[in-house]
Design a binder for this molecule. Structure first.
Ligand code: SF4
Ligand code: SF4
Length: 436
């Protein structure tokens, strides 16, 4: 067992025995939660450590964000809290650099009373409320249970033999994108789900969605989050039926609907949202009049009906909305896959399951060569055992550094990728380059 076992009672003693220094690997939401948790347990943290160049050298939550060289020079024996869910990438990297005192964040977050800090105002550095100042350290309003659940599932789904944590051998998955429509009410020229390439976009039928989800959920022991997406998911009038279907799965923790806020649901579709396990993730786009106009209407309606949601304004995106053929070495391809921030978001689209959203849409558009190792046709095989073994193989690819065919045609989505303005609208459909 590589990660140090601890609980909130013995943590201070364990930390003291190992090292006097504490570093948080990851200056994001998890890092902020852990910092507050450790402070509440009277444990002092030295600094953050983050690979994002935009964060390095800056102050985050009152602490300096250092780069790898600075950490190796000054904190090479520190206690490291892995404030990220990318265990399968970070643990081998930390071990290679000879760090021995590695901690996950589960127990510390679980034992912290965040009610004491959750209502802080916008201007406070430990703010957990709304986005402020469009700074690179923006925090979405967070649902701590959701963050914690994803962290735990991240722990359970790291698959390397050396640090396998899940003795039950259960197959746990963090996220699955469920694409219920190729249609969108907006036309973003840089949409990372490649909506700008669809000439005749269509809604998925309820029957196809139900059948796919049913097969997948029978192969998985536990899923943290179904992310219902599109295009714009509220365009599909069957969204309420889909949500009510998802609620039936006991092995599913959360259902999150990702919307651009242009469509305000009503009737049966609105009713389906009234459930503790359901929430909306609303992106407000300054570039689209409907997103701006309906945002307030939508938020008011959700408040009136006590429906969970978070809302944020999109300003910057990573530049990942084009299908192109890139010249890359084997090593570069492996790296692009390993460092990808959506490389473990499985996607269901039109009866098939893919490893990432780009692979899903590029295949669906018939724009890249079909690789049967990258795609599971859920309707092709009636034997669940075969589907499950393919699913496990697809989901554990990062551990084997087996990049996808799609990675040859994708710009990549690591945290240091160049940023572009979000939500620029177009009237044109982009030419499908068809590398098939
Ligand atoms: S709102 Fe823009 S980014 Fe979102 S799915 Fe539609 S086209 Fe893509
Ligand atoms: S194709 Fe590769 S690099 Fe692009 S999003 Fe998918 S996993 Fe990431």
């Amino acid at each position: 067992m590589v990660l140090v076992e601890y609980n909130s009672k013995n943590l201070k003693e364990i930390l003291n025995k190992r090292s006097s220094q504490i570093v948080l690997r990851g200056a994001g939401t998890l890092g902020k939660l852990v910092l507050n948790g450790l402070n509440q347990h009277s444990i002092k943290v030295d600094c953050f450590w983050d690979d994002d160049k935009k964060k390095q050298g800056k102050i985050y939550c009152g602490l300096k964000v250092l780069n790898t060289k600075e950490i190796l020079d000054n904190y090479n024996n520190a206690n490291i809290f892995i404030c990220s869910n990318y265990f399968s990438i970070l643990i081998p990297e930390l071990l290679k650099k000879n760090f021995k005192n590695l901690f996950d964040c589960y127990q510390i977050i679980k034992s912290t009373d965040y009610s004491k800090i959750i209502n802080r105002t916008k201007n406070e550095i430990h703010n957990f409320g709304d986005i402020h100042n469009n700074s690179p350290f923006n925090q979405n309003p967070i649902d701590i249970d959701r963050v914690l659940d994803l962290h735990l599932t991240g722990l359970k789904t790291q698959n390397s033999q050396n640090y396998k944590d899940d003795s039950t051998n259960n197959f746990n998955v963090k996220y699955i994108d469920l694409v219920i429509t190729e249609r969108c009410s907006m036309k973003c020229i840089d949409c990372s789900n490649l909506m700008q390439y669809y000439k005749n976009p269509e809604n998925a039928t309820f029957e196809s969605i139900k059948k796919s989800v049913d097969i997948v959920m029978r192969c998985i022991d536990y899923l943290s989050e179904f992310r219902v997406i599109g295009g714009e998911p509220f365009i599909n009038k069957n969204i309420g039926k889909v949500i009510n279907q998802l609620k039936k799965y006991k092995n599913l923790s959360k259902i999150v609907i990702y919307t651009n806020g242009t469509i305000v649901p009503k009737g049966y579709n609105l009713e389906s949202l009234k459930d503790d396990r359901v929430s909306l993730d609303i992106t407000r786009y300054k570039t689209n009049i409907h997103s701006l106009r309906n945002h307030e209407k939508l938020v008011n309606l959700l408040n009136q009906n006590n429906i969970n949601y978070i809302s944020h304004t999109a300003d910057k995106w990573t530049d990942s909305g084009r299908i192109k053929k890139y010249k890359r070495t084997e090593n570069a391809l492996k790296n692009i896959f390993l460092n990808c921030c959506v490389g473990d978001v499985l996607s269901i689209l039109n009866g098939k399951l893919y490893r990432c959203p780009f692979s899903a849409n590029a295949h669906n558009l018939n724009a890249i060569p079909y690789n049967e190792d990258d795609v599971i046709d859920l309707f092709d095989n009636t034997d669940l055992k075969i589907i499950k073994s393919k699913l496990i193989k697809l989901y554990t690819r990062k551990d084997r550094s087996e990049y996808l065919t799609a990675c040859k045609y994708c710009k990549g989505r690591d945290f240091n990728a160049p940023e572009i303005p979000a939500g620029i609208q177009t009237k044109e459909v982009l030419e499908n380059p068809k590398f098939t």
